[in-house]
Design a protein around this ligand. Structure first.
Ligand code: NCD
Length: 327
């Protein structure tokens, strides 16, 4: 994989590879724990044009743990403030960086940026469209949960701001890619999906059932995936989270004993913190898995790029710039 801009960039096999390898690394599988790191000595540019806590810090944590280096672009103290274009910023940063990790409010930003640079890019969230690394974390957490509880995945309910949630969009694509027999349900504060994902759903004939209360379906769900109301993306009046959508211990009582409760975070009011001690609440596990999954993604991408230092350290550079696939 050269870039990870969308779930569309991944094959089914690649998704399983990321899930399995991430869980193996997390469980301290010796084969992987002792593996060479392609992140070591690299300079990785984190360009976040939107706020972030977990995504940015999990990438940074992996890079530091793997002895790589971070260049953290901060719009507020960069030349963007002096009128520099995104094109010039990317052309500058590509001189310094081996890999870009980019979050941007524009849904179509990567169509532009991939024209500006051939350096590898990981999408850390583009507008309300996609967030592929988050959905790989979510799916890994779901697999881990099912393995622990010995349960089967058939039904998933998405709750919240369906229209603006890039994590839901990518997760629908990701689940559909690995199995087309999963039933999707939504309990939404809004009518519709973002137009791009709507096309995906239509073109693939994916059936989505809309519910208007938990009682309609919660007892049959294998996973409930809750998202906050993305107030920053609402053009019109702010839509509040409906009271009846809030997950409380009472709602959890109606869930199966093996049902997993997920949330990409940040959390606002949509899950009562009293639910945190329930072993079915998986959101802090998602955060922990974020480190392993993002490590595997970065390693995979960097292992494909030409690496001057690695070639040199393997003694294959004699005079010219030789390129070997093998290091
Ligand atoms: C999400 C995002 O930024 O899309 N958070 C995340 O990266 N884990 C969800 C959100 O902002 O609500």
């Amino acid at each position: 994989m050269n870039n990870l801009l969308s779930i569309d960039d991944l094959s089914k096999e690649k998704i399983f590879y990321i899930i399995e390898k991430s869980i193996a690394v997390k469980n301290g599988n010796k084969l992987y724990v002792t593996m060479d790191s392609y992140i070591e000595n690299k300079i990785i540019g984190l360009l976040f044009f939107e706020p972030s806590t977990r995504t940015r810090f999990s990438f940074e944590t992996v890079i530091y743990k793997s002895k790589g280096n971070v260049l953290n672009y901060n719009e507020k103290i960069s030349s963007t403030k002096k009128g520099e274009t995104l094109y010039d910023t990317i052309k500058t940063m590509e001189i310094y960086c081996d890999l870009f990790i980019i979050r941007h409010p524009d849904n179509d930003i990567f169509e532009k940026i991939t024209k500006y640079t051939s350096k590898p890019i990981i999408n850390a969230g583009n507008g309300s469209y996609e967030h592929p690394t988050q959905s790989l974390i979510d799916i890994t957490t779901m697999f881990e949960h099912n393995k622990n509880t010995n349960s089967i995945f058939k039904n998933i309910l998405f709750v919240g701001d369906i229209n603006n949630s890039r994590t839901i969009n990518s997760l629908i694509k990701c689940i559909y890619k690995i199995s087309n027999s999963i039933n999707f349900y939504i309990f939404s504060i809004q009518e519709d999906f973002n137009p791009k994902i709507k096309n995906f759903i239509k073109n693939n004939n994916i059936k989505i059932t809309r519910v208007f209360s938990y009682d309609e379906c919660i007892k049959d769900m294998d996973f409930v995936y809750v998202t906050r109301c993305q107030k920053e993306r609402q053009n019109l009046d702010i839509i509040d989270y409906k009271k009846e959508m809030i997950i409380t211990p009472n709602v959890m009582k109606k869930m199966k004993p093996t049902c997993g409760l997920l949330h990409p975070f940040p959390r606002n009011e949509e899950i009562d913190i009293k639910c945190d001690s329930d072993s079915r609440s998986l959101y802090f596990k998602q955060i922990e898995n974020g480190i392993h999954v993002r490590r595997i993604i970065m390693e995979d991408i960097l292992s494909k790029t030409q690496d001057f230092n690695r070639i040199k350290s393997h003694g294959t550079l004699d005079g010219g710039y030789m390129y070997s696939e093998e290091y």
